[in-house]
Structure formats: structure tokens, C-alpha cells
Write a protein that binds this ligand. Structure first.
Ligand code: PNS
Length: 177
């Protein structure tokens, strides 16, 4: 059966906080879909560094220049949210093979719940392949340099939370990409 693909895709996640790796996926998705809804899961059971309102605010600032990117939040089943937004495509980012197993499991579960939903996997830039929100929080909390890895508004907010970074070692710059 031939179907017209949806011009709307949903990119779900915790985004605690958004990183440049997430933004890389949003930009790639926008080359394929007219509208990409970045949907933040409201999950009161999961302890987050940033409250939902702050995660949404940081995301909105970060995608302000990206035409077609919309930021929203959802609770409950992701597939129900897709129905609510008239979308049939989930976008997920893949960094490494290690991401694949869990993502594959979720994609098949979502398809089991609703066979009309497809998940599209986009590979992140190699520049961000090592990035995760958890690592960003850890490095920022320990005073490490996270510049270039997160949007500037996120860097500033992490600086406020953990205190400004005090350089206490010889700066090292090695560009070997
Ligand atoms: O950034 P995360 O924490 O890896 O995102 C996980 C997310 C939000 C995509 C996933 O937990 C999710 O879709 N939750 C909604 C609840 C749901 O639909 N669960 C069944 C999906 S298999």
C-alpha cells in the first residue's frame, strides 16, 4: 500500500539539557520534513537537572533560527502524542552502535502499539558522536569546558547552576578531527 509521508515529524526526548548533538539532528530532520516538533517528555518520575519549563525555554531559544522547528511537551504514550499532532514519523538520533539496541526496541514497540508509525534514524555528526546530556552535566558540574558542545544559552545556565569555571590547568588545544 502506498501512502503519502507526513510533512510533520516528532523528535522526542528528555533534553536535560539540549546539546549541539540534538540540534544537529533537528537540522538534519528539517531537510526531510516541513515541521519538526521537538517534544520534551514530562516525566515526574525521572529526576532532571532542569525543570520542564527551563528545558522548554532553552530549546525554544536554541531553535529560534530554525524555520519549521517547534518545541512542545508531552506526557503519556508517544504514539498518542503523534496522533494528537497529526504526525506519523518519529525522528531519533543515533550516535553509535551502542544506541541502536535500545532505539530499535523502542521503535518496534511504538510500531506494535500503532503500525502506522515509522521511526526514522538520523546519524549525528561525528563531531557530536560522544555527546550526551548526562556527560555534559557531569563535565559542567566538575568545572570542565563544555563550550562548542551546547548552545550558549545552555552553557550560561549550567555556569549559573554550577558556578563559573576557574581554569586551573595549562590550557590545552589539540584539533585532531
Ligand atoms: O531522551 P530520552 O530520555 O532517551 O527519551 C526517551 C523517550 C522520551 C523518547 C521515551 O522515553 C518515550 O517515548 N517515552 C514516552 C512513553 C512511551 O511512549 N513509552 C513507550 C515507547 S517504547
Amino acid at each position: 500500500m502506498r501512502r503519502r509521508s507526513s510533512p510533520i515529524a516528532v523528535y522526542p526526548g528528555s533534553f536535560d539539557p539540549v546539546t549541539n548533538g540534538h540540534l544537529d539532528i533537528v537540522k538534519r530532520a528539517l531537510t526531510m520534513f516541513d515541521t519538526v516538533i521537538v517534544a520534551v517528555l514530562k516525566n515526574p518520575d525521572k529526576k532532571a537537572l532542569f525543570p520542564l519549563s527551563e528545558r522548554l525555554e532553552l530549546l525554544r531559544k536554541s531553535v529560534a533560527d530554525l524555520e519549521g522547528a517547534v518545541v512542545d511537551s508531552f506526557s503519556g504514550l508517544l504514539v498518542d502524542y503523534l496522533h494528537h499532532r497529526g504526525a506519523a514519523i518519529i525522528v531519533k538520533g543515533l550516535r553509535a552502535v551502542s544506541d541502536f539496541e535500545y532505539e530499535f526496541q523502542m521503535a518496534l514497540m511504538n510500531r506494535k502499539i500503532d503500525s502506522r508509525i515509522e521511526t526514522v534514524f538520523l546519524m549525528t555528526s561525528y563531531r557530536y558522536a560522544f555527546l550526551s546530556s548526562s556527560l555534559i552535566k557531569e563535565v559542567a558540574a566538575l568545572g570542565g569546558d563544555i563550550s562548542g558542545l551546547v548552545p550558549t544559552c545552555v552553557e550560561a545556565r549550567l555556569g549559573e547552576k554550577f558556578g563559573a569555571r576557574v581554569p586551573d590547568r595549562i590550557p590545552q588545544r589539540i584539533d585532531m578531527e
